[in-house]
Each structure stands twice: as C-alpha cells, then as structure tokens.
Design a protein around this ligand. Structure first.
Ligand code: DX5
Length: 229
C-alpha cells in the first residue's frame, strides 16, 4: 500500500464525521486522493470529552488509509498496545503527560509504529524540539484539544516555524502536523510556516461535499508549502 509520500498531506479527522455515514464519507475522500486520516482518542480526563476506541482505527485501516491515532489521554503508554493491535501507523501522545518524552517515543517505536509527540497551545515547543531525534511526527495543536469545530489559533505558527527550522537543520525525517480549526482560509498559512501534515475535521466532513472540500484544501496547501531545498 502506498503510504503518504513525504511531501504534504491533508488529513481528515474522523471526529467530525457523520457516524451514520462514516464509511461512505471515507470512500468519498479516498476517491478524491486522500490516503491519510486521523483518529482522535479522548478519555474524559486529559480532555473534557470522550471519543473513539480501536475499532475506528480498524475501520480506517479496512478502508486502506494510513492512520495516525492522536491520544488525548493521561495514560498513553498503557493504552498504546490496543491501537497498535488495531493497525495504527502513527501513535501520538501528549508531552504534557510524559515524564520522559524521548524514552516514551522510543518505546512507541519499539511497538513497531511511528512515534508522534504533541503540544497543547499553552505548552512551549522547546521540549518537543529536544526530543526530535526520537519523533516521527511533531504535532502542534492549533486549538485547545477536546472538541472539533473550534476557532484556529494563528499565534501557534511560530511553533511550527521553529520546528521546521530544527528539523531541516538536523535533516530529520519528521512530519510537522497542525490540528484544530484548519480550513480553506488558514491552511495556506500553516503550510507556509512549514507544516506538512494538516489535520482538518469539520472543514472536510461537515462540508456539503467532503471530496470537493478535501481537494480545495489540498490545492491551497500545496500552493503555499515550500519543500526543503
Ligand atoms: C480536537 C481534535 C481535532 C479536531 C479537528 O481536539 O484533536 O482533531 O477533531 O477538528 P476541526 O478541524 O473541526 O477543528
């Protein structure tokens, strides 16, 4: 299976999907060229909401997608094996709950999947930059995690630019993902700052035509993204 080529990817988030028609909506974005989706896992503790379990990862894998699982939980290392077993390709944990982020990332890689490390809006990016050698995906939240449909925080872009500089300087093979409030108005700004994995929930699945919405986001992001020379 072709996984996301390391140029740029727009990544629909299943949280915004219509659960009565999720399979159909996944087929629609797949037909539009999408190959990567994101599954949000919330425990009602790290964030004030509850969402999906491993079965949603299984559904997305069954549909042939590359999947990242975004763990918004206080015990990511305990639940990690369930999502690895479900077939996730990337497993992202939040730095705010990890005592030793670099060690946790290495432990995730040892489970046979790519490691992802996320920062909330109020968390500085320094700790993430320090752990970059063991990170395959660096996630900058552009909303306070917990709900879809929130307003995009443009003041998170300096974190993206700092990550882009650190990753390019070390010539690391690491994705920079943004997540929260990303839409057709602000996606170019994210790509121009250096993000190459752009999560979009309501901008895709709450649109009248998810396939057309996906294509528009991809066009705008690709036009603004400057790959490393
Ligand atoms: C929020 C989640 C996001 C959310 C994105 O905590 O991590 O993935 O579903 O949805 P939008 O794009 O609607 O903000």
């Amino acid at each position: 299976m072709i996984v996301a080529t390391k140029t740029l990817a727009v990544v629909p988030s299943l949280l915004a999907g219509d659960l009565a028609r999720l399979g159909e909506q996944l087929d629609q974005v797949k037909a539009a060229g999408c190959h990567w989706v994101s599954v949000d896992v919330m425990d009602g503790h790290f964030v004030p909401n509850l969402s999906f379990g491993p079965d949603f990862v299984k559904l997305a894998k069954k549909k042939g997608f590359y999947v990242d699982t975004h763990l918004m939980v206080t015990n990511p290392m305990q639940v990690a094996p369930w999502f690895v077993e479900a077939g996730t390709d990337v497993l992202t944990a939040h730095i705010e709950v990890l005592e030793n982020p670099a060690e946790s990332m290495k432990a995730i890689r040892k489970l046979g999947v790519k490691s992802g490390l996320a920062v909330k809006p109020k968390t500085a990016v320094d700790g993430l930059i320090k752990a970059l050698d063991s990170v395959d995906l660096a996630l900058v939240m552009t909303v306070e995690p917990g709900f879809g449909g929130q307003k995009f925080m443009a003041d998170m872009m300096p974190k993206v630019a700092a990550l882009r500089a650190a990753i390019d300087e070390k010539n690391l093979d690491c994705w920079i993902q943004v997540d929260g409030g990303v839409n057709a108005v602000n996606i170019a700004q994210c790509a121009a700052a250096g993000a190459d994995s752009l999560v979009a929930g309501s901008a895709v699945f709450a649109a009248k035509d998810p396939a057309a919405a996906f294509r528009e986001l991809e066009l705008k992001a690709r036009a603004a993204f400057k790959p490393q020379q």
